[in-house]
Design a protein around this ligand. Structure first.
Ligand SMILES: Cc1cc2nc3c(=O)[nH]c(=O)nc-3n(C[C@H](O)[C@H](O)[C@H](O)COP(=O)(O)OP(=O)(O)OC[C@H]3O[C@@H](n4cnc5c(N)ncnc54)[C@H](O)[C@@H]3O)c2cc1C
Length: 522
């Protein structure tokens, strides 16, 4: 969206187009505020496209005694499963128990009872060693005493952000990608009166009048508003994942296990036809303007854990399809062990500017409500009480016309695109209603996203509208000719532009999404 299309004044400006900003935009529009969201790169460019893609209660928080956080997360999970089927889907988790290892099966069982009580439904089971080994055929059986199974949920994180933004825009909000909040404008009393925004693609600028802004910029937050608490600052912590083909680690459910090196829980989770293994947790010392990327030692750590848990699978780094890293915005007052830092969110306010950072994807709606409550006194208009608290417009259980797709494919499309799924399918050629080999995405999604979802470069399309760069070898290079031809009407790019886009995408993929063993610099 060009700066000319932005109004000169808004009740509220939201800075940052990750899940936190998207949720705030959605709730602010519902509360009757004229609201603009600006994102300096692409929507979900930050941590919100690089998470572990779980909508989860967080057993770990229970262990730390954080009952309120677990309660909120469990309830948001239940809500999202109900409101966004096809986008947020249930996933079973298995947790093996080993002799002498903590947590023991009994401790896990106790935690899971509390988890289920909070969710209002018994959703866990206890397994003998023999049954557990049947459920996870290649698991290490040495010292295995059994295990537990429980229910959580998973999501396509970038599509969650996009769908929340789309809902907000349909309800009257505005959202602009590649627009950066460059400077805050304040009056003589230090009150916020506006924001200077910059189109990061052409360098043009515009001043927008507003009395209230919410800084939802994740680990960048202190660039706009330094922490008001002495000695407490954001500590960016990187978490990385490796992606493997499902046939290499054939699991039907997610498996959580303890890494032998440092006793941290790590996991292998089936997602979009492949298996993600994560995560690490270390200080992020890379350049913040670049896409974060996995370091060689993180890949080695994850691989060590995997080899210990699946000794017969014969997994090597060469089997890895892709990798990605996200950065956690964690508030810290010292240098504790990264994994012991609190993941709870904070809200700061100063004369018109509210900062919200930390938290989880799962609880984005609650973060949004907290941020809005803090911003309300600064807004020129009072917030109205919304009649409906649903984030997502309900979608039909089945389409008017199935065309050539089965119900599960429709469910997936309704989840990711909302009501627009019907238009996506109806506007597609029948040969494009096939899945892209090695993925669950349809070729038709490519053309639809290119034409309807503010795609400004090829990476927007292949990393965040569909997730080819996360699930295909070499970033899906073998499909680029067909992708180019699918987009020829939707994207006004000539042959030179296409060549440059392809080169830039592949270079970016190699730098930030390829496994370290495939990079020249390791
Ligand atoms: C490895 C990892 C795994 C995780 N897994 C899970 C999980 O499975 N489930 C879960 O619930 N949570 C998970 N989380 C947490 C969750 O991903 C984050 O809490 C969440 O994505 C943060 O969203 P955000 O919108 O606050 O930040 P971000 O997604 O980082 O968005 C901030 C945005 O602000 C933009 N921005 C910065 N400065 C400006 C500016 N001046 N103007 C305009 N835009 C700006 C950035 O470009 C960025 O896109 C995980 C986190 C990590 C790191």
């Amino acid at each position: 969206m060009s700066l000319e299309n932005l109004k000169s004044q808004y009740d509220l400006v939201v800075i940052g187009g990750g899940i936190t900003g998207a949720g705030i935009l959605r709730e602010a529009v519902r509360a009757g505020l004229s609201t603009l969201l600006v994102e300096q790169r692409d929507f979900a460019w930050g941590t919100s496209s690089r998470s572990s893609k779980l909508v989860h209660g967080g057993l770990r928080y229970l262990k730390e005694g954080k009952f309120k956080l677990t309660w909120d997360s469990v309830h948001e999970r239940v809500r999202l499963l109900k409101e966004a089927p096809g986008l947020v889907e249930p996933i079973g988790f298995l947790w093996p128990a080993y002799k002498g290892q903590s947590p023991s099966k009994a401790a896990l069982g106790a935690g899971l009872w509390i988890y289920d009580l909070m969710g209002g439904k018994k959703q866990h089971a206890s397994y003998s060693a023999q049954d557990f080994a049947r459920l996870v055929p290649q698991i290490n059986t040495n010292g295995l005493t059994g295990g537990m199974g429980f229910a959580d949920a998973q999501v396509d994180d970038a599509r969650l952000v996009l769908r929340v933004i789309q809902e907000a825009v349909a309800a009257g909000g505005q959202a602009a990608n590649y627009v950066k909040a460059k400077a805050l404008v304040r009056n003589a009393n230090d009150e916020l009166t506006g924001i200077v925004v910059e189109d990061t693609l052409d360098g043009t600028e515009k001043e927008i009048a507003t009395r209230a802004a919410i800084n939802a910029t994740g680990f960048f937050a202190e660039k706009l508003q330094p922490s008001p608490v002495e000695g407490l600052h954001l500590r960016p912590l990187r978490g990385s994942h490796l992606m493997f083909p499902l046939w290499k680690i054939p699991i039907g459910q997610a498996v959580s296990f303890i890494h032998p090196k440092d006793n941290r829980p790590i996991f292998a989770i089936p997602w979009e036809g492949a298996v993600m293994v994560g995560t690490t947790d270390l200080d992020h010392a890379q350049n913040w303007d670049d896409e974060p990327r996995i370091a060689g030692e993180e890949a080695a750590y994850l691989l060590d854990g995997l080899k210990m848990m699946f000794p017969d699978a014969g997994v090597e780094e060469a089997d890895c399809i892709a990798a990605w890293s996200g950065v956690r915005p964690v508030l810290s007052s010292g240098d504790k062990d990264p994994s012991k830092e609190s993941r709870e969110h904070v809200v700061w306010k100063h004369k018109g500017l509210v900062t919200i950072t930390g938290g989880k994807l799962t609880t984005f709606r609650l973060l949004a409500l907290d941020a809005l409550a803090a911003a309300a006194p600064f807004c020129t208009k009072s917030l109205c009480e919304p009649k409906d608290s649903r984030i997502f417009t309900p979608v039909p259980e089945k389409p008017d016309d199935f065309l050539s797709l089965e119900l599960p494919a429709w469910r997936r499309l309704f989840g990711r695109y909302g009501l627009a799924a019907q238009e996506l399918v109806k506007s597609a050629k029948s040969e494009d209603l096939e899945t892209i080999p090695g993925t669950n995405s349809l070729f038709a999604e490519i053309a639809f996203c290119a034409g309807n979802e503010n795609v400004r470069c090829l990476a927007d399309l292949l990393l965040r509208r569909v997730r080819l760069g996360f699930v295909l070898e070499k970033g899906g290079e073998e499909h680029l000719d067909r992708i180019q031809s699918l987009c020829k009407d939707a994207l006004d790019w000539d042959a030179d532009r296409w060549q440059k886009e392809r080169q830039d995408y592949l270079a970016l993929w190699k730098k930030a999404y390829s496994p370290p063993a495939q990079r020249e610099d390791g």
